[in-house]
Write a new protein. Structure first.
Length: 80
């Protein structure tokens, strides 16, 4: 099994980063079951306070000025 690090963000999203590929993957390049060996929590530290998650995730609600931005109707920013 390949060893992975789980990165957890303040907005409850997570990513998996490979620490080490297993010998089977190195030969075949077929993914195997991940083996999470480490968990990391990602925050930006400002004045020693955990203030906000990294810029990897979108905000959960649109900003107050969203209605002022003119966009084409083809693609809108998905806010959940």
């Amino acid at each position: 099994m390949c060893d992975y690090t789980e990165l957890q963000y303040g907005c409850d999203h997570s990513r998996y980063r490979v620490q080490r590929w297993c010998p089977l993957y190195e030969k075949t390049h077929k993914p195997c079951r991940p083996n999470v060996t480490k968990r990391e929590y990602c925050f930006i530290l400002i004045a020693n306070l955990l203030t906000r998650p990294l810029a990897d995730c979108r905000p959960s609600s649109p900003p107050p000025w969203e209605h002022m931005i003119r966009r084409s109707n083809s693609k809108r920013a998905p806010y959940v």
